[in-house]
Design a protein around this ligand. Sequence first.
Ligand code: ZN
Length: 241
Amino acid sequence: MATLYCHRDPDALTLTTEVVAASPGRVRLADSPFFPGGGGQLPDRGVLRHAGGEIQIAGFAQEADGLWHLLAEPVELSAGPVEAFVDADFRRLMSELHTDMHIVNALVYQSFDGALVTGAQMNHDGTGRIDFDLPEADNDRLRALEGPINDAIRQDFCVRATYVDETVVRTEPGLIRSRSVAPPPSDDGTIRVVEIVGLDRQACGGTHLVSTGASRQLKILKIENKGRHNRRLRVGLDGMA
Ligand SMILES: [Zn+2]
């Protein structure tokens, strides 16, 4: 899998690029600054400005020949230059929730004997959920993590991504936190590992803040039992939930 432009240059929210393939209502671009969604993170929102005007992006489809951008109207864009604009506020919200999910994940992993994630979802309203394989956990102990989660936000740990050889990622304990899915390797056989320096390292393909202190405080809204094994933590950003 080719590396995403938003991994190489996460700050590039505006990009001049080119339409390389088009059919009514969809285009492929030479380079795309958009995060197409995945790992519980919603896809970026944004627009394309082209010779005939501006059009909203409605979604993405990853296909064998590359990433298709689905357009909000069934127009067929002609080949040639376009400007792509990522919705900066939405990207920031997703990066904030995603960074906080790593903190929650790290503290549950450390406090509950390496418990793995079974699912996660981040929402446009500043809330999210993260599910863990935690058959025996005491919900009060989980609820008590809210303080340490917010301490980790306040400590303003640096967040950075590195590329680690796939065999190392698959053998070093703790780098893959999801019970069912691991991110696909890049074409060079490496997997992206996101590190909250001093707190946590895990394979991840999403977007994140540059340091934890850029996040608002996080509230644990609810803890639910989902079946015999799964525990669901519902969380929300302070001021939004
Ligand atoms: Zn992540």
